[in-house]
Design a protein around this ligand. Structure first.
Ligand SMILES: *Cc1c(COP(=O)(O)O)cnc(C)c1O
Length: 467
C-alpha cells in the first residue's frame, strides 16, 4: 500500500518497481518451478523493495530485477535434490544422514506406489497389527524381549520419558557429564522438561560416582537415564561407574535404567576401519540396560527413525501411551526399516555384507579410493587449476564417534583463475550439486563418501567448473 501522505519524490521512487506479472513472466523460463511459486516469490520481493523504497532506500529498477532473479535462483536451489557428498563425513546430518541401499530403495518403491498390508491381517482378512513383523525382527536383532520404532530418536526419548514418569514420581537422574546438546539446539534437559520429567543432576562434569546416583534416589525417582556421549568426548581426570553397577543399583530400587545411545551401530565399528569401538545396542542391553534408544539413520544405515528395545513390559507400556500415536512411523519408513533390519539378520555373521552404503564407505581401503581419484582426474585440464591427490582424514559424523578420524583420499584443487569459494560455489550449484570442503587456498573433494557410480559425473562437473 502506498501511504496517502506519500511525497512526490517517494511516488517517483516507487515507479522503479517492476510489475509483478511482467517480471514473473520474464523469470519463469529461467527456473523449473511451478508458475504460482514464481509469482509468489516475485510478489514478495517487490513488496520487500516497496518497503525499502518507502523508508528512503535507493533502488533502481535494474537492481530490483537483478536481485529478484538472483533470489529466485537461490530459492529454486533450495528445493530438495540429490547432492554428491564429497565432505568425507559419512553421516552428515545436513546432507540427509545415511543413504539407503538399493534393497531398501527397491522396497520403498514397491510399497510407496501401491497398497499394502500396513494394518491388515491377510490370513484372517481382519484389521491387523501395524509394524508387528518389524517389532519382532527388531527384538530378534537386538537379542532382547521387545522393540518398536517411532519417528526419530528424540521422539523415542520423549515418548519413553513420558511413559515412565508420573505425577509424584517424575524425577529422572542423569549424570552431569551427560547433559548434552544433541544438535539442532536440542538439549537433554529440555527434552526432559518437555516430557514432564524433573531433571536430577548428579556428579560433577568430569566425575560421577555410584554413590552420587545412590544418594539421589528418592521415592519420587522414576528412572535413571544414561546418555551416550556420542558427539563429544571428555578426557583427563574423569570417571564414571560401569553400566552393570548402575543397573544393579537401579534394579535394587525397582527402577528402570534407560540409555539414549544415539548411533546404534550393529557391528563392531573398530573392525571396519581404524576407529573407536561404538557401543552396540546389544552390548548395552547385555550389561543391564532395560531400554535402549537409538537412531535408525545413523550407523544403522536405515531411514529416519527412533528405535526402542528392551524389557517387554516397558515396551508394551510405551506403545499404550497416547503420544505413541503422534510419533508413529508411516509405511514408507516401516518398509525401509524392515528391509534394513532383515538384511542385518540375514548377514549376521558379516554385517559388512549388508546393503548399507555407510558401512561400505567406512570399510573402503585408501588404495581403492586413490585409484578412483586418479581415474577421476586423469583427463582434467590443469591450465587454470593445480590438481593433486592428497591423504586426508574422514569422519563418521552425525554426532557419532567425535574422536574417530581415519585415513581417506581427496582430490585437492587450487584454482589460479578464480577464488576457492567461487569454485566451491559453482560445484554446489551444479546438477548434481557437489559439496566438498575448503581451506584457505584449496578445495577438497573426499572420495570416501562419493558413490563410485557418480565418479564420471564428478569428472564432468569438475571439467566445466575449472575451465
Ligand atoms: C543423534 C542423537 C539423538 C537424536 O537422534 P534423532 O534421530 O536425530 O532424533 C539423540 N541422542 C543422541 C545421544 C544422539 O547421538
Amino acid at each position: 500500500m502506498i501511504p496517502l501522505h506519500a511525497s512526490p519524490t517517494i511516488m517517483s521512487k516507487l515507479s522503479a518497481l517492476p510489475s509483478v506479472e511482467k517480471l514473473a513472466a520474464a523469470l519463469a523460463p529461467e527456473v523449473s518451478l511451478p508458475r504460482p511459486l514464481v509469482n509468489l516469490f516475485v510478489r514478495r520481493e517487490i513488496d520487500r523493495f516497496r518497503q525499502l523504497l518507502l523508508v528512503d532506500e535507493e533502488h533502481s529498477r535494474e537492481d530490483i530485477e537483478k536481485a529478484t532473479r538472483q533470489g529466485l535462483r537461490e530459492f529454486a536451489n533450495s528445493r530438495l535434490q540429490p547432492v554428491i557428498n564429497a565432505t568425507g563425513v559419512l553421516i552428515h546430518t545436513n546432507l540427509g544422514r545415511s543413504p539407503l541401499g538399493p534393497r531398501a530403495a527397491g522396497a520403498l518403491q514397491k510399497i510407496a506406489t501401491g497398497y499394502s498390508n500396513l494394518e491388515f491381517d491377510l490370513p484372517s482378512g481382519a484389521r491387523g497389527k501395524r509394524a508387528g513383523y518389524l517389532e519382532t525382527a527388531l527384538a530378534c536383532l537386538l537379542e532382547t524381549q521387545a522393540a518398536t520404532a517411532v519417528n526419530n530418536c528424540a521422539a523415542a526419548l520423549v515418548l519413553t520419558l513420558r511413559t515412565l514418569v508420573e505425577d509424584g514420581k517424575n524425577e529422572v537422574i542423569v549424570s552431569r557429564s551427560e547433559l548434552v546438546e544433541i544438535g539442532g539446539g536440542f538439549r537433554i534437559p529440555d527434552i526432559l522438561e518437555t516430557s514432564g520429567a524433573k531433571l536430577v543432576e548428579v556428579g560433577a562434569t568430569n566425575k560421577t560416582h555410584l554413590h552420587d546416583y545412590e544418594k539421589a534416589i528418592t521415592p519420587q525417582t522414576a528412572l535413571i537415564l544414561k546418555v551416550h556421549r556420542s558427539n563429544f568426548y571428555i578426557g583427563g581426570f574423569i570417571g564414571e561407574p560401569e553400566i552393570p553397577e548402575i543397573a544393579k543399583l537401579a534394579h535394587d530400587h525397582g527402577l528402570p535404567l534407560v540409555e539414549d545411545l544415539g548411533s546404534g551401530a550393529m557391528m563392531n565399528t573398530d573392525e571396519l576401519a581404524p576407529i573407536e569401538h561404538e557401543p552396540t545396542p546389544q552390548e548395552c542391553l547385555r550389561r543391564g540396560i532395560d531400554l535402549v534408544i537409538f537412531s535408525g539413520d545413523k550407523l544403522l544405515g536405515g531411514p529416519q527413525s527412533g528405535i526402542i528395545g528392551g524389557r517387554a513390559d516397558l515396551v508394551a507400556e510405551i506403545k499404550k501411551e497416547p503420544f505413541f500415536r503422534a510419533v508413529r512411523c508411516d509405511k514408507l519408513i516401516l518398509t525401509t526399516l524392515q528391509e534394513s533390519i532383515d538384511q542385518y539378520l540375514e548377514t549376521k555373521a558379516d554385517p559388512t555384507q549388508a546393503d548399507v552404503p555407510v558401512l561400505t564407505f567406512l570399510a573402503k581401503s585408501t588404495d581403492d579410493l586413490r585409484a578412483r581419484a586418479e581415474a577421476l582426474i586423469k583427463d582434467l585440464p590443469t591450465d587454470n587449476t593445480a590438481i593433486a591427490i592428497e591423504d586426508t582424514l574422514a569422519r563418521p559424523g552425525g554426532g557419532t564417534m567425535p574422536r574417530s578420524e581415519f585415513p581417506s583420499i581427496a582430490i585437492k584443487l587450487v584454482p589460479s583463475n578464480q577464488s576457492v569459494p567461487k569454485l566451491a560455489k559453482k560445484l554446489r550449484l551444479g546438477t548434481p550439486a557437489i559439496v566438498g570442503y575448503t581451506t584457505d587456498d584449496a578445495l577438497f573433494l573426499d572420495l570416501r563418501t562419493i558413490f563410485p557410480e557418480t565418479d564420471k559425473e564428478v569428472t564432468a562437473a569438475l571439467e566445466s567448473a575449472i575451465t
